[in-house]
Design a protein around this ligand. Structure first.
Ligand code: NAD
Length: 500
C-alpha cells in the first residue's frame, strides 16, 4: 500500500498546486473528502498500536531511516519546496536541514523526556513508590501552512511520532506536493503508513478536526486557528495553535548597528517576509536611531525581489492586498517609505520596503503583514521599546540587540521566544520550545515541551508497604486521624507562627 492509496478519495475532485513565480501547475492532488479523512484516521489508529509497541528505541531506529531518506534526497525536496512556494532553493535547503535536525533530536530524546521516572511520594505518602510516564495520545491530526512547508509541520510531526503517535497530516493547499513527499518517503523508509497525508482545502482540514483524532496540531493564521478550536471543541479534542505574529526587534544604544540592521533586514525580508516569527517592527534607542536607519536603508537598497534574486515571490496571491493595505495605511497615517513603498508591490513580487514614522495604532503596526516590509521607530529608552514591543495582541518571537542588557530586556518581553544579538536562532535549537501567547496561540512544539505536547502524563502510585496511619479506608480510626493532625501540625504548622 502506498500513502496515496491510504488517503485515496472516492470522489474525482482534485486541485492543482501552482508555482507562485510563474503560475504554472506543479502538481495535481486529490481533494480528500470527509469519509476518506475518517478512514485515514481509523487506519492511523491501527498503525498507532504497532508504532507504540516499538517503544522509544524501536521508533528511534525507524525515524532514523526516514531521516536518512530525507537527508539524502534534500535537493529533490528543496526543488519541490521551491516550485510550490517560490522561495530560493538555498532557503528551502535551510528549512529542510533544520527540520531534519529536529527529527533527529525528537527521536533521540523521546525516551529520556517521556519515559517513566520516579518522583518523590512526599512525607505523608512515604509508603508509596510514585512515578510518572508520558503516554502517546494515539492519532494526531497535523494541519500545516505553506510558508515553511517542511520545517513547520515537521515541528509537530517529528515530535508527535517520536512520542509514539500516528499522524494524519493535512498540508496547505499551496504545498500539497511537499506534504505528499513527506508521507511517501516515510512509507518508503518505515514500510507502514504511520504518517499519512490528506490533501485539500480548508474543508479537508475541518474534516480532520472532526474525524476522531486525539489532538490537533494546527499551524496557520489566527483566524483559522479559532475555527479549528471551535471544531475541536465539539468533541473536546485538544489543540495546539501555532498562529501568526507581529514580532519586534529592539535595538539598544550599545548594540552593534551593522549586525542589528542585517538581522532586522533578514528577519523582515527572508522568505519574502512570510515568516511567522519574522521581524515586522523595529524599535531603536534614540541615541543610535539615525545611525541604524543609515545602515538598514543602505543594506535594503542592495536587496532585490524577483526571479533568481534573494527575495522570492509572495506565495499566496491574496496576501498582496494585505501588504499593499499596510503600506498605504502607514503612509496615510503620516509614515514615510525610505526604501520601497506603494510601488514596491508588483504582480507576484514585493520589493523590500522600510517604513518610518508609522502610527503605533495603524494596521501596519498591529496586524501581521507577511511581506518583505519593516517599520522602524525611534524610542526614548528601552522601557519604551519594551512597552511598544509588547503592545499588540500577538506574542510569538522577538529579538534584542544589546551589548550589555540583552537578557534583562529579553526577560521583560511578552513572547514565546527571544533571540539576543541574532535573529530567529531559537527556531533552530531543538532543545528550545517554540510557540506563542495571546493571538499567536498556545501549546508548544520543539524541545521537551514539544514532546510532552503529544502525550498525556500517566501517574502511578505503587504501595511498597502498609502505611503507619491507614487513612484511605472506612476502617480508619480516630487515633489515626489524631496522628495525622499531629504530623501535619509538626510539618506545616510552624509557618508564620512567630508573627501571630
Ligand atoms: P491558514 O490559516 O490560511 O491555513 C493553514 C492551514 O489550515 C491550511 O492547511 C488550510 O487549508 C487549513 N484550514 C483552512 N481552513 C480550515 C478550517 N476551517 N479547519 C481546519 N483547517 C483549515 O494559514 P496559511 O496562510 O497557510 O499560513 C500562514 C499563517 O501561518 C501566518 O499567519 C503565519 O504567521 C502562520 N504560521 C505560524 C507558525 C507558528 O509556528 N506560530 C509557523 C508558520 C506559519
Amino acid at each position: 500500500m502506498t500513502s496515496t492509496d491510504a488517503a485515496a478519495p472516492t470522489s474525482n475532485a482534485s486541485f492543482d498546486s501552482l508555482d507562485p513565480a510563474t503560475g504554472e501547475v506543479v502538481g495535481t492532488h486529490p481533494i480528500t473528502g470527509e469519509q476518506e479523512v475518517r478512514d485515514a484516521v481509523e487506519r492511523a489508529r491501527r498503525e498507532a498500536t504497532w508504532w507504540e509497541s516499538l517503544g522509544f528505541t524501536g521508533r528511534k531506529k525507524q525515524l532514523a531511516l526516514w531521516r536518512g531518506v530525507i537527508a539524502r534526497r534534500m535537493p529533490e525536496l528543496a526543488d519541490l519546496t521551491t516550485a510550490e512556494t517560490g522561495k530560493p532553493t538555498g532557503d528551502a535547503l535551510l528549512e529542510i536541514s533544520l527540520g531534519v535536525d529536529h527529527l533527529h533530536w525528537a527521536a533521540a530524546h523521546a525516551g529520556k523526556v517521556l519515559g517513566r521516572r520516579s518522583v518523590s511520594p512526599g512525607l505523608l505518602m512515604v509508603n508509596q513508590a510514585a512515578s510518572v510516564g508520558y503516554r502517546p495520545l494515539g492519532v494526531i491530526g497535523v494541519i500545516g501552512p505553506w510558508n515553511y512547508p517542511v520545517f513547520t509541520p515537521l515541528g509537530s510531526i517529528a515530535y508527535a511520532l517520536a512520542a509514539g503517535n500516528a499522524v494524519v497530516f493535512k498540508p496547505s493547499e499551496y504545498t500539497p506536493g511537499v506534504g505528499r513527499w513527506l508521507a511517501d518517503t516515510f512509507l518508503e523508509a518505515v514500510g507502514r503508513p504511520v504518517l499519512q497525508v490528506v490533501t485539500g482545502y480548508g474543508e479537508t482540514g475541518s474534516a480532520l478536526c472532526r474525524a476522531g483524532v486525539d489532538k490537533v496540531a494546527f499551524t496557520g493564521s489566527t483566524a483559522t486557528g479559532k475555527r479549528v478550536m471551535a471544531a475541536c471543541a465539539e468533541t473536546l479534542t485538544p489543540v495546539v495553535i501555532e498562529a501568526g505574529g507581529k514580532d519586534a526587534l529592539l535595538v539598544d544604544s550599545d548594540a552593534d548597528l551593522t549586525e542589528a540592521a542585517e538581522a532586522a533586514l533578514w528577519g523582515a525580508c527572508g522568505n519574502a517576509g512570510q515568516t511567522c516569527a519574522g521581524v515586522e517592527r523595529v524599535y531603536v534607542h534614540e541615541r543610535v536611531y539615525d545611525a541604524f536607519l543609515t545602515e538598514i536603508v543602505d543594506q535594503a537598497r542592495q536587496l532585490r525581489s524577483g526571479p533568481g534574486e534573494q527575495v522570492g515571490p509572495i506565495t499566496m496571491p491574496k496576501q498582496m492586498d494585505v501588504i499593499r493595505r499596510h503600506i498605504d495605511d502607514a503612509l496615510a497615517g503620516g509614515g514615510r517609505a525610505l526604501v520601497g513603498g506603494p510601488d514596491a508591490v508588483g504582480e507576484r513580487y514585493v520589493q523590500p520596503t522600510v517604513l518610518v514614522d508609522v502610527p503605533e495604532d495603524s494596521s501596519t503596526q498591529q496586524e501581521e503583514t507577511f511581506g518583505p516590509t519593516v517599520t522602524v521607530a525611534k524610542v526614548r529608552d528601552m522601557d519604551e521599546a519594551v512597552r511598544l514591543a509588547n503592545g499588540t495582541r500577538y506574542a510569538l518571537g522577538s529579538t534584542v540587540f544589546s551589548a550589555k542588557r540583552g537578557m534583562e530586556i529579553a526577560e521583560r518581553l511578552r513572547a514565546g521566544m527571544t533571540a539576543i544579538n541574532s535573529v530567529i536562532s531559537f527556531a533552530g535549537i531543538p532543545t528550545l520550545p517554540f510557540g506563542g501567547v495571546g493571538d499567536s496561540g498556545f501549546g508548544r512544539i520543539h524541545g521537551a515541551d514539544g514532546l510532552r505536547e503529544f502525550t498525556y502524563p500517566h501517574a502511578i502510585a505503587r504501595q511498597r508497604f502498609k502505611p503507619a496511619m491507614a487513612l484511605t479506608t472506612f476502617a480508619r480510626t480516630e487515633k489515626s486521624e489524631q496522628q495525622l493532625m499531629k504530623v501535619v501540625g509538626a510539618l506545616y504548622g510552624r509557618a508564620g507562627k512567630d508573627k501571630s
